[in-house]
Design a protein around this ligand. Structure first.
Ligand SMILES: Nc1ncnc2c1ncn2[C@@H]1O[C@H](COP(=O)(O)OP(=O)(O)OP(=O)(O)O)[C@@H](O)[C@H]1O
Ligand SMILES: Nc1nc2c(c(=O)[nH]1)N=C(CO)CN2
Length: 174
């Protein structure tokens, strides 16, 4: 008889700035939860964000976060996120360069780790409005290491470059 696995809540951040960005994010969410060990709990709106770091002139990102409950360990969840990135033709050439899909684990329960292979909470999440702002829209009461995610978003340097994505293409708007 196998041991019962603990169910852990995790926040995953998704970003895309190459190709059909919105479609990639939508299908990546499906792929991330397309196994019995990962259950989708909540989904943020998609926001448009200016690139933070990396080469100049790269396209704007679409970013979003999701909340999942999982019986995977944190390392298994990382491997799963990387497999979904590969499925969407993610390559790693330039640090912070343009990519079809990036999936980061922001928190995994209250696990803390300084291992570079999997650092938890994600070491740069607390200063990234492209993670914090959609997270605060999904869960206005969320906290990251004891601080309000909504407040952290407002003081993040990239907050000024964040825009809501209209539900309909601008060309169809009255
Ligand atoms: N919390 C985490 N979530 C995802 N990857 C992580 C995490 N902590 C460490 N890593 C490691 O970071 C490595 C680089 O990941 P990646 O190429 O996606 O970085 P990036 O998204 O370009 O930059 P950043 O790490 O600043 O978001 C991965 O191979 C992974 O092992
Ligand atoms: N706007 C934005 N900038 C970034 C992003 C991202 O997802 N959105 N991801 C990065 C590395 O994870 C680096 N810079």
């Amino acid at each position: 008889m196998s041991a019962t696995r603990v169910l852990t809540r995790a926040i995953l951040a998704l970003g895309s700035n190459l190709g059909e960005r919105e479609g990639t994010l939508q299908s990546a969410v499906g792929d991330l939860v397309d196994r019995p060990e990962v259950r989708l709990q909540n989904v943020s709106p998609v926001v448009s964000t200016k690139p933070v770091g990396g080469p100049a002139g790269q396209p704007d990102f679409l970013n979003m976060v999701i909340a999942v409950e999982t019986t995977l360990t944190s390392r298994e969840l990382l491997a799963h996120c990387q497999a979904v990135e590969s499925l969407h033709h993610r390559t790693r050439e330039v640090r912070w360069g343009a990519r079809t899909l990036d999936v980061d684990i922001i928190i995994y329960g209250d696990e803390q780790s300084s291992d570079p292979v999997l650092t938890l909470p994600h070491p740069r999440a607390g200063e990234r409005a492209f993670v914090l702002y959609p997270w605060s829209l999904m869960d206005p009461n969320a906290t990251l290491v004891g601080e309000s995610v909504a407040q952290l978003a407002q003081s993040a340097p990239d907050m000024a470059g964040i825009f809501h994505v209209p539900d309909e293409p601008a060309a169809l708007a009255p």
